[in-house]
Design a protein around this ligand. Structure first.
Ligand SMILES: Cc1cc2nc3c(=O)[nH]c(=O)nc-3n(C[C@H](O)[C@H](O)[C@H](O)COP(=O)(O)OP(=O)(O)OC[C@H]3O[C@@H](n4cnc5c(N)ncnc54)[C@H](O)[C@@H]3O)c2cc1C
Length: 444
């Protein structure tokens, strides 16, 4: 491959205590927690809104929020607050209710009495804007992190590309909440990537059709027949959900590839749209319920379930999860099934259930850099463990822990490894995080 030299002095546009890269689930958690713990915070995102998966891909439910065995929460803190801000629950109610595991219709059928913690993307965008700005965070959208400058064991500057050109931010501390570990990888931190990654998916929404248990089964049957007849390729589920009662959002597309390869990501969009339209037309042809159906929207982007996994001071494993290994530096609990979407299979996959388990602070500490945290999908876990810990509620909990720690490090002028674990845990519990699984295990 040929290269070109490039050298330029860049304008420094901000010098915050904490720079949060990415305002998805982990990024919102990190930015809000850092702001509320006294740091000046800038939070950048390549999109025009915060929310990550919920808004970039269209998502429906805070998976990992509850322990399936009881329907009780295992992740509290900012997840509770976001549910309140979206009016899913009344103020103060969140810890005391019993919830459906997700918006999946099979779960609704099994537990009709439980609250669905659903996350309408437009409500989520608005709630994210409000919580960020009310916490004193300066959000900067349409700003893609493009590179980093490292001095010794610290990140000195983060280079951002936006309509102002290439500009620099010189923060004291940095949180990588990009999902793909862009900052940590470009800073030279070690990372792993599975040989076979979970597939990417473009979600889409169909309007003017009512979702029922019966229709879900019919949609699945139509896809099965079309696959057998060679009319469509790979797909997962389908997992439909509804925001209005008169629309269906489909999690069904399955495209192999690596989101950190721009060609693969482009293909996931183009192939995803082709597949989405093919499925829509099949349902319209076969099902009278789709008579008035209208293809409302796809995307905005195809989402990735797995890419770089940054290697931290500790790597969470599948055994840690199955055995519910207690960790002295627990900062968030997980309980989502080991949900590894297969690349070459179609339909529903096996997702073994797990007990509530500990996610340690050390999984947020990339090796080699002392003023950087990773939170969310790029934290330090094996591919198997990440199949559980990657989900939205856990990402937000990890972000809350990283943001709190970054503010503490700013105040003491220490590094990420100098943070007092007991003080961090005390601060998280005071902010309604759940670090003891006992309440989630207790039957109603
Ligand atoms: C198709 C699909 C379906 C899923 N279904 C569910 C589900 O139903 N329930 C569930 O709980 N989880 C689900 N997940 C998992 C979940 O989406 C993620 O694992 C979770 O959102 C992780 O949070 P995060 O904050 O780490 O990443 P994200 O939510 O992806 O946020 C990353 C943010 O960083 C920004 N960003 C990325 N790179 C840069 C950059 N270089 N510069 C600036 N900004 C950048 C992005 O725009 C985004 O806002 C699904 C994932 C996919 C892909």
């Amino acid at each position: 491959m040929s290269t070109v030299p490039y050298s330029k002095s860049l304008k420094v546009v901000a010098e915050p205590d904490v720079l949060v890269c990415g305002t998805g689930l982990a990024g919102i958690g990190a930015a809000v927690a850092a702001g509320r713990n006294g740091a000046s915070v800038m939070a950048v995102d390549r999109m025009g809104f915060a929310g990550g998966f919920f808004t970039n891909v269209i998502g429906f439910a805070f998976d990992g929020f509850v322990y399936e065995g009881t329907g009780k929460p295992v992740v509290g803190g900012l997840v509770f607050e976001m549910l309140e801000r979206m009016h899913v629950v009344e103020p103060g109610q969140a810890p005391h209710l019993s919830y459906n595991v997700n918006g999946d219709f099979t779960e609704v059928e099994k537990h009709p009495d439980r609250v669905i913690p659903r996350t309408d993307p437009e409500l989520f965008k608005k709630a994210a804007d409000d919580i960020l700005t009310e916490s004193g965070v300066r959000p900067l959208f349409h700003s893609q992190v493009a590179d980093v400058i490292v001095e010794g064991d610290r990140i000195d500057s983060v280079i951002i590309s936006n309509k102002d050109g290439l500009v620099a931010v010189r923060p004291k501390n940095v949180i990588d909440a990009t999902g793909d570990g862009d900052v940590a990888a470009w800073a030279g931190c070690p990372y792993e990537k599975a040989e076979t990654l979970q597939p990417m998916s473009l979600h889409f929404r169909i309007g003017f059709v009512e979702l029922t248990f019966e229709l879900r089964r019919k949609c699945a049957a139509v896809l099965e027949q079309a696959k057998a007849a060679g009319r469509i390729g790979l797909y997962g589920g389908p997992w439909p959900a509804t925001f209005s009662g008169r629309d269906i959002y489909f999690n069904v597309i399955r495209t192999p590839g690596d989101v950190t390869n721009p060609d693969d990501w482009t293909n996931a969009e183009i192939q995803g749209r082709r597949d989405a339209w093919a499925m829509f037309e099949l349902w319209k042809e076969a099902l009278p319920e789709f008579r008035d159906a209208y293809f409302l929207t796809s995307g905005p982007t195809a989402g990735a379930r797995e890419s770089r996994r940054i290697v931290g001071d500790y790597t969470l494993t599948g055994d840690d999860i199955r055995q519910a290994k207690r960790q002295y530096d627990v900062v968030v609990l997980g309980a989502w099934r080991i949900d590894r979407h297969p690349v070459q299979e179609t339909g529903y996959h096996h997702m073994p259930m797990v007990p509530p388990y500990d996610i340690p602070y050390r999984t947020l500490l990339p090796q080699g850099i002392d003023n950087l945290w990773v939170a969310g999908r790029c934290h330090s876990a094996t591919s198997e463990a990440l199949a559980s810990s990657r989900v939205t509620a856990n990402a937000m909990g990890m972000g809350q822990a990283a943001g709190t720690a970054a503010a503490m490090a700013t105040a003491t002028r220490g590094g990420s490894r100098d943070v007092s674990i007991t003080e961090l845990q005390d601060r998280l519990v005071a902010a309604h995080a759940i670090l003891d699984p006992a309440s989630a295990m207790a039957p109603s």
